[in-house]
Design a protein around this ligand. Structure first.
Ligand SMILES: Nc1ncnc2c1ncn2[C@@H]1O[C@H](COP(=O)(O)OP(=O)(O)O)[C@@H](O)[C@H]1O
Ligand SMILES: [Mg+2]
Length: 429
């Protein structure tokens, strides 16, 4: 084959001057998960070395040997990362054919970079048309890898990688914060995805208690010095709660007052959304300029309510107002919480959702023992009892909010396309 790049030797260990210069222009790679499946030592070595670069310090990288088939097998039962790098030595038609099943195991948000051994424009076009983010021809250097990742996740023109989701209660005490914290935790553990949670309840926030954290600084630093906010500064303010979960904690102190401009959090949200794939905002139950503009800015809003009349009235007002503020977005999601509290007269869920025009994303029972134990011990519900129905409901919420339509364990190979076809038929009716 004339266009076969060549069987190459590993790249030299120390970077060339050009590589250093190319790397210098690159901003830090955000907290993304990256997995690579390589067929040659040369490519695997370059990717490993890219992982050691300081610009990749926040990213989680794993390099496996084995090509596309190994990856397909692997992801039959594991969540796909934010970025999948696949090396293949196959010739163009065979390579395309081998990638056919990739869409069935890849989560919709996963980006794919292919490293091939054929310098072929047709192949490049076909791959890009199939949704692959980049095709790179081997041999690749460490700087090539960092540059390819940067082009997808860092460039100013690149879409913000993070999805931002705001949680707000229809009243105080309905469990909005608890659900926000636990959903963040479940997203970070279930999908091995990096999650940043920001506690916007500065005077009274409980994320620090729920995650058993006592950070010196946090969101107050950021909101009171907006001119300093960039990725590096924000990074210093984050407290690590779990392997892939960081918290921008509230001071939860009353030594000052918290009267913010309506734009106060916009910059923080924007920067945070560029540093992690998921940003969860725990918004307190207040209605100020800044709460409204925060709810306008985020990608998705989740309202938590308990099944009582005042909650219904407030939820209706929130749903209607958000519809006006976000005319081109999906309506907010609704979680009905603390259902079945003994001796409390309640509105049936079906009656509760009927006037709202939205369906309940989840209905969570009142479980004072589970919630109380978790809260008092600074543990997550999933750490207390992973099998509990409430934990299962939170996992389901995490799946829906991240756009993973089904749980991986239930996924049957080859069914994806069929389900899609059936859905299309349904829509046509
Ligand atoms: N489904 C539930 N069953 C029992 N207790 C709950 C439930 N949901 C939340 N709680 C408890 O309710 C209290 C208020 O929750 P919180 O998350 O602070 O509410 P909010 O943020 O809406 O003000 C907490 O003590 C929490 O543990
Ligand atoms: Mg709260």
């Amino acid at each position: 084959m004339s266009n076969l790049a060549y069987e190459h030797a590993p790249m030299p260990a120390s970077p060339t001057e050009e590589e250093v210069a190319a790397l210098n222009a690159i901003r830090p790679i955000p907290r993304i998960s990256i997995q690579a499946f390589c067929e040659t030592e040369g490519v695997a070595g370059s990717i490993e070395r890219a992982g050691d670069d300081r610009r990749m310090a926040k990213a989680h990288l794993k390099v496996h040997m084995g090509g596309v088939e190994t990856a397909l097998e692997f992801y039959g039962s594991a969540p796909t990362p934010n970025l999948l790098i696949l090396e293949s030595r196959r010739e163009p038609h065979e390579l395309l054919e081998s990638l056919r099943h990739l869409a069935e195991v890849c989560d919709p948000t996963t980006k794919v970079v292919i490293i091939g051994h054929y310098n072929d424009v047709w192949l490049y076009r076909e791959l890009i048309r199939a949704g692959v983010s980049e095709y790179v021809v081997a041999p690749v250097s460490m700087a090539d890898i960092v540059a390819a990742i940067s082009a997808i996740f860092v460039d100013p023109e690149a879409a913000p990688i993070g999805k931002s989701i705001a949680f707000i209660g229809a009243k105080g005490g309905v469990g909005s914060s608890t659900i926000a914290h636990n959903v963040s935790w479940s997203m970070s553990t279930l999908f091995e995805s990096e999650v940043v949670i920001a506690d916007l309840d500065l005077p009274f926030g409980t994320a620090n208690i729920n995650f058993d954290q006592d950070p010196a600084q946090g969101i107050a630093e950021a909101v009171f010095s907006p001119e300093r906010i960039d990725e590096v500064y924000l990074d210093r303010l984050l407290a690590t709660c779990a392997d892939r979960l960081s918290l921008l904690a509230a001071p939860s102190a009353l030594d000052r007052v918290y009267d913010f401009d309506s734009e106060a959090f916009n910059q923080i949200i924007d920067v945070a959304q560029r540093t992690a794939p998921l940003l969860i905002l725990d918004v307190p139950h207040v209605w100020n300029g800044w709460t409204r503009s925060t709810l306008m800015q985020v990608d998705e809003v989740v309202i938590t309510a308990t099944p009582e009349l005042a909650n219904l009235r407030n939820t209706k007002n929130l749903v209607d107002t958000l519809k006006k503020l976000r005319p081109n977005d999906q309506p907010p999601r609704l979680i009905v919480n603390q259902v079945g509290m003994p001796k409390r007269p309640e509105i049936k869920t079906s009656d509760f959702v009927e006037p709202l025009g939205v369906e309940a994303l989840a209905v969570i029972p009142f479980e004072p023992q589970l919630f109380g134990n978790a809260a008092n011990n600074g543990r997550m519900l999933g750490e207390m009892d992973a099998q509990h129905v409430v934990v299962q409901a939170l996992n389901e919420i995490s799946h829906v909010l991240t756009g993973r339509r089904e749980t991986k364990s239930r996924k049957k190979p080859g069914l994806g396309g069929l389900i899609e076809k059936l859905n299309k038929l349904k829509q046509k009716k």
